[in-house]
Ligand binder design. Structure first.
Ligand code: C2O
Length: 564
């Protein structure tokens, strides 16, 4: 296996999009940032040099980082942030994963422009699908007219979608359509699209006029080939899809359209974007004057297209046929919005401004809050695993049982009146090494206007079932796919619905588990999944951390218990 080495220089540059010159933070002056290409089993070394004025970390989204939590890139959790004019080197092995993943800044908001694709090719063996003529990364992003505009409600919310950093021709200030993303194809050839949703907020529908996709992988796990004319992809997710250039030679629009549930609160929509798939000249004929054909898009409020897309994926790879049936932990997590109330729930609900703080995003009505620590939590924990006073166990059930998704009960009126009372804590759950954990994520009516792509670091999850409305254990367990469920690192919780996942907690460390919808992440929809040390020790760990893990192990052997 090879060592793939990169240097990432993070800096602030000016870019012009939507008529405005905007300072943006990028890697090596590019948007999207550099692609990392590896063969399964390779090691990756990335030297990050932070020349930006902001604290930075890079997260390798979906890379399992087996016994390598320190390289996961979550500031204050697995490492201290890389300060301006400081460097940090990440080192990790990419193994037992094939397909497409990506990397991004794990500092609030900066992942909008600090991101790139991570391509993992199979090492050997029989290819699972015909070798494509070419591989084409398709990184869907969002451009914000003023960087961080969404953090500053006084500035304009001018936002747009991009394909590989390009806006396309749908905007007032766009230039010619050729300034959008152009994908050149040869007639009859097969292309492998490596699609990443790097957007902060929007779930996307992707279509190419006159062509179909065959989805072969999602989140770097193979799926049974699934042919569709539309791809649904939520923030954080990746999809590998084959496209055969088998239409009449010409030009075809590739459209990325945000799927936007009807918003009860004002929020200006993110506009769609389009690029062009262009056949190469045949018989010397120039196609560049052809008017591209447009795909027919679904209604942008139709979230069922996404529900069915995700529901149609099944795993292909035999190693995933072994879904553990034994269950050590069952968790039920509701996703909501709340505010900290000084008095009681009623005073909070009045929303007169005097009794509430800002809106928080929650799991089981608790919002994540970093404890005051001066080292990373990983280091603090391994230095002194018996001192976990800073941690609050993720409650099993929400303190108040409410109607999760009943449409008739969706409250209207100002947002403040719909918030659930909430507390703030360093929300965490501890697992023994090897525990089989089931999590049911339940979306609530407060989430009706936002999407909930839930992402677990350091592990992949089997997606057993999804449904509309309230999860009902009695009847829904019977619907679980324990034979060939898709395996993902980011699972989309259906709007006003639920999804059930299972994973094996076999990677010691402190792992972020959070919503990949940026507002939810920054507002606290986060928990730490802490996996105790197992029997194996990876000698490639920095020796200091190895010592720390040894300490943690002794502690757990001594106490032989979990969950405090
Ligand atoms: Cu892609 Cu914790 O994030």
């Amino acid at each position: 296996a090879a060592v793939v080495e990169h240097t990432f220089i993070v800096s602030q540059v000016n870019m012009t999009h939507l008529c405005k010159e905007t300072p943006v933070i990028v890697v090596n002056g590019q948007l999207p940032g550099p692609a990392i290409e590896v063969t399964e089993g390779d090691s990756v070394v990335v030297h990050v040099i932070n020349k930006s004025p902001y604290n930075m970390t890079i997260h390798w989204h979906g890379v399992k980082q087996q016994l390598n939590c320190w390289a996961d890139g979550v500031p204050m959790v697995t490492q201290l942030p890389i300060l301006p004019n400081h460097n940090f080197t990440y080192q990790f092995v990419v193994s037992e994963q094939e397909g497409t993943l990506w990397w991004h800044a794990h500092v609030p908001l900066y992942r909008a422009t600090v991101h790139g694709v991570l391509i993992i090719r199979a090492r050997q063996g029989v290819p699972l699908f015909p070798k494509p003529h070419k591989e084409v990364p398709i990184i869907i992003g969002e451009w914000w007219g003023i960087q961080l505009a969404y953090a500053d409600t006084t500035s304009d919310y001018n936002s747009a979608s991009t394909i590989n950093g390009k806006l396309g021709d749908l905007y007032n200030c766009s230039g010619a359509m050729e300034e959008g993303y152009m994908m050149d194809v040869e007639p009859g050839k097969t292309y492998l699209l490596r699609i990443v949703n790097a957007a902060l907020l929007s779930e996307y529908y992707l279509k190419i006029a006159g062509h179909k996709f065959t989805v072969v992988a999602a989140d770097a796990n193979y799926v049974s080939p699934y042919t569709t004319d539309i791809i649904a992809i939520a923030p954080g997710q990746t999809v590998d899809a084959l496209v055969v250039a088998n239409a009449a030679p010409g030009r075809y629009y590739m459209v990325a359209m945000p799927n936007q549930p009807p918003k009860p609160d004002f929020q200006s929509p993110v506009l769609p974007t389009r690029g062009i798939m262009q056949y190469s000249n045949t018989e010397g004929r120039s196609l560049s004057s052809d008017v591209p054909m447009s795909p027919e898009m679904p209604d942008n409020h139709d979230t069922m297209v996404s529900f069915y897309f995700h529901g149609n994926l099944t795993s292909l790879h035999p190693r995933h046929l072994l879904v553990p049936e034994r269950l050590d932990e069952r968790m039920f997590i509701t996703l909501g919005l709340g505010s900290v109330c000084k008095h009681d729930r009623l005073s909070c609900k009045r929303g007169d401004g005097s009794n509430e703080s800002t809106i928080l995003a929650t799991m089981n009505n608790v919002s994540f809050h970093l404890p005051p620590v001066s080292t990373s939590l990983l280091e603090a924990y391994y230095n002194n695993p018996s001192n976990v006073d800073w941690l609050q166990e993720l409650p099993d059930m929400p303190p108040q049982v409410f109607d999760f998704t009943d449409h008739s009960l969706i409250p209207t009126g100002p947002k403040a009146e719909r918030l659930e009372p909430t507390s703030k804590a360093a929300l965490a759950r501890r697992f023994r090494y090897g525990d089989v954990v089931e999590v049911v994520f339940q979306s609530t009516s407060l989430m009706q206007s936002d999407s909930n792509p839930m992402h677990l670091h350091g592990h992949d999850m089997f997606v057993l079932a999804q449904g509309q409305g309230n999860y009902d254990m009695e009847k829904d367990v019977a619907r679980y796919n324990l034979v060939n469920p898709p395996v993902v690192n980011t699972v989309l919780v259906p709007r006003l619905g639920w999804v059930a996942v299972r994973f094996v907690a076999d990677n010691p460390g402190i792992w972020y588990m959070h919503c990949h919808y940026e507002f939810h992440l920054t507002m606290g929809m986060v928990a730490l999944f802490i996996v105790e040390h197992g029997p194996t020790v990876n000698t490639s760990l920095p020796s200091r951390l190895l010592d720390l893990i040894g300490t943690a192990n002794d502690h757990f052997l001594m106490h032989g218990q979990k969950n405090g």
